[in-house]
Design a protein around this ligand. Structure first.
Ligand code: NDP
Length: 254
């Protein structure tokens, strides 16, 4: 099989699995963080899990850029910057900021997320720096889609960073429990970090105007919308005083 044929098959398979995963995650909550469960087999430490899960995003995308043949094109550099702005933090900084104590996650979760980020990094990087690279010459930087998408991405990034910052400062050193987060978008929703993440990858899809970009945005919604509902339900059960006006994910909607 040629690589382009393999790529097409992988991309459509990736979209199909996203479509199946979305409804499934309303019934199965991935067992990490507050939804930790003992029944998912052997586990690894949380911090190591995050490193393992997210590193392929940095490395696969970087490899596609480096080997892609046009690494100094302005649009290539812009895509690389946006992607790595998010993923260098997520893979190599965020794991050292979490305060989960001795919390662990199932190896099955880390392995499936590793597979996901590897495929996603390849699909997006290979398109932007390889199969689709001809579309992204210097003229792409004059496209409103590029600038609108990049702006949406950066707004989402700021929302995600701020929301995670609030969460990561709720615990004092040595604490492992949960408190009600407040301030910023927490006034309106339970999971502004997930909301910001969805805005980010929607922006990236607009900026690149690509099917793999869209597939990633849809995957992010498929993963995080059901999880935001699980978090929201969990807060309501755990804290009777939880602000009743707060929605799960999107201000004013749900
Ligand atoms: P959570 O909001 O569940 O937790 C983030 C961190 O904050 C964890 O370390 C958690 O600790 C801590 N925390 C959360 N709530 C509280 C609280 N009320 N009191 C004290 N500490 C708290 O997010 P995730 O761990 O699911 O995700 C982390 C990041 O990864 C997010 O930015 C998310 O958007 C992104 N992500 C992206 C995905 C995608 O598909 N693109 C998929 C999954 C995550 P603990 O671990 O102990 O619960």
């Amino acid at each position: 099989m040629t690589e382009p044929a393999f790529y097409r098959l992988l991309l459509w398979g990736f979209l199909l699995v996203a479509a199946l995963t979305f409804p499934a995650l309303f019934f199965i909550t991935a067992p990490y963080g507050r939804h930790e469960a003992k029944s998912w087999g052997p586990t690894i430490g949380n911090r190591l899990g995050w490193l393992v899960m997210e590193s392929p995003s940095v490395l696969a995308f970087f490899a596609c850029w480096y080997l892609g043949g046009r690494p100094t094109d302005p649009a290539s550099l812009a895509f690389l910057f946006l992607w790595q702005l998010h993923y260098v933090h997520r893979a190599w900084i965020f794991p050292f900021r979490i305060k989960s104590g001795p919390k662990r996650m199932p190896i099955a979760i880390a392995a499936s997320a590793f597979t996901f980020t590897l495929i996603n990094g390849y699909l997006n990087g290979r398109w932007l720096f390889g199969f689709g690279a001809d579309r992204y010459g210097a003229a792409w930087l004059e496209e409103p889609r590029f600038w609108i998408g990049a702006a949406v991405f950066l707004v989402g990034f700021a929302i995600n960073q701020h929301a995670d910052w609030v969460l990561l400062h709720l615990r004092k050193p040595g604490e492992t429990g949960y408190k009600i987060p407040r301030g910023g978008l927490y006034r309106w929703v339970t999971c502004p970090n997930y909301f910001g993440e969805i805005v980010e990858w929607t922006g990236f899809a607009i900026c690149t105007w690509s099917l793999p970009g869209l597939a990633f945005a849809l995957w992010t919604i498929a993963n995080l919308l059901p999880r935001a509902r699980s978090h929201h339900r969990w807060y309501r059960e755990k804290f009777p005083e939880y602000p009743p006006e707060r929605r799960a994910l999107v201000p004013g909607l749900f």
